[in-house]
Ligand binder design. Structure first.
Ligand code: GLV
Ligand code: MN
Ligand code: MN
Length: 420
């Protein structure tokens, strides 16, 4: 292909999208299905049209910018990522992959290179779990792992259900179970994303070929103790919901540290106490648990010890603990053929790459669920994150590195789109 990625386009689109932000000056906050998210989608929709893509949308809010191929009967090739963010996050997580995808398709179109399969640059709804407690809303729906009844059971902190939120912004959640899983098989999917760790930077590689994607297990844990007076209740008489929650959190940390899997992580990122007053022993604690690893067996082994530890804490502290699992996802091993195409495509362009495993999850994790959607090949490529920082306003990736990744992405997508 005679085209190379335009640094100017990528920079301009990333900066312009950042105007749709609830916290200007303090990182980027764009929770899924808020006014800012909807305005950002409409920006991307117009951009897709302006580079000559045919835009489609589904009832999970996923956007598809399609560049038709010569043979519409062949399964298409996908790329894309997400535009929602965590609270006070950065402007590259997900966004870099969305614009890299659009730029790659623009390059392919403008080069006039023939391709048999259609190509689609996508935006998947709500990859971050921070609003509704469930991650990858759009890609999970595509994979048939999110149903109408789930939409009603997941709510944001204000009590708005995912079902209601979809309705409020104009989608038709009632059609969910007919529309999903996505009815059309996809030939291959390749997503560009920022690394969100410092492996590439430390090793001095501008691009990584992702070989596997760790998967999250998420739960909400509730501890029911007894609310009582901070001065009037002796240390031995109290049934403190927070102290039990703290002990469960430390148990999670210890189990993750003791695991012999190098990819396992355990995180408590959110906690609420009731009544949340300095001189009152909390009667109720609710907190999130996030466990990741590259195999489900690692997570199952940790979970078994976690549950039995919780039981012991529950009995000793005379509290009641409930755990509500939101998702227990399976890691994806990237398709060796795509990984090889990425390695080779980088070498052809003189861009050094290394193999890398993703600790964070991504939409590609859902798209790799071959059993339901029929996607046979999933791959990702990473570009470096400065100091490995992400989910933070200091998140930064050089546009030149995103452009290098986009060049590899475009060339690899073109090869995939011409495979028989
Ligand atoms: C995605 O943002 C993740 O938390 O891995
Ligand atoms: Mn993220
Ligand atoms: Mn992301």
């Amino acid at each position: 292909m005679d085209q190379t990625a335009s640094v100017k386009n990528l920079e301009q689109w990333i900066e312009e999208l950042d105007q749709f932000n609830q916290t200007p000056g303090n990182g980027t906050t764009r929770p899924v299905f808020t006014a800012e998210d909807m305005a950002a989608r409409s920006y991307v929709h117009k951009l897709m049209e302006s580079v000559g893509l045919e835009v489609k949308e589904d009832n999970a809010g996923n956007l598809f910018g399609v560049l038709p191929g010569e043979d519409p009967s062949l399964e298409p090739v996908w790329t894309g990522s997400h535009i929602d963010t965590v609270p006070n996050g950065g402007k590259y997580d997900g966004i870099a992959g969305v614009f890299a995808g659009i730029e790659a398709l623009r390059m392919i179109k403008e080069s006039g290179a023939p391709h048999k399969r259609s190509l689609s640059a996508n935006v998947y709804s709500g990859e971050e779990m921070s609003r509704f407690g469930v991650c990858c809303i759009g890609s999970r729906a595509i994979a048939g792992r999110l149903h109408l009844e789930d939409l009603k059971s997941h709510s944001d902190p204000s009590g708005t259900s995912l079902y209601q939120a979809l309705k409020d912004v104009g989608y038709d959640p009632d059609s969910f179970d007919e529309e999903f899983p996505c009815k059309t098989p996809v030939y291959a999917s390749l997503e560009l994303h920022i690394e969100q760790n410092d492996v590439l930077e430390k090793s001095n590689y501008p691009v990584g070929a992702v070989t596997g994607i760790c998967a999250p297990t998420n739960m909400v844990v509730e501890v029911f103790g007894v609310q009582s007076h901070a001065g009037g209740t002796s240390m031995t008489a109290r049934r403190d919901a927070y102290m039990a929650a703290a002990e469960i959190s430390l148990l999670l940390e210890r189990l993750a540290l003791e695991s012999d899997s190098m990819y396992i992580t355990g995180t408590v990122g959110e906690m609420t106490l009731e009544p949340n007053a300095a001189n009152v022993i909390p009667g109720h604690a609710t907190f999130s648990v996030d466990i990741r690893s590259v195999t489900i067996e690692d997570k199952d082994a940790l979970l078994e010890k976690f549950y039995s530890g919780i039981k012991e804490i529950e009995e000793r502290r005379k509290v009641k603990v409930t755990t509500d699992m939101m998702n227990h996802d399976k890691a994806v091993i990237c398709d060796e053929h795509i990984v090889e195409l990425v390695r080779k495509g980088s070498a052809d362009l003189g861009i050094p790459t290394m193999d890398i495993v993703s600790g964070p999850y991504h939409d590609s994790l859902m798209l790799g669920d071959i059993t339901k959607v029929g996607i046979t090949k999933v791959g990702m490529l990473f570009v470096p994150s400065k100091d490995g920082i992400s989910h933070n306003k200091a998140e930064w990736t050089s546009i030149e590195d995103i452009a290098k990744g986009t060049d590899i992405l475009a060339n690899t997508l073109l090869k995939l789109a011409n495979e028989a």
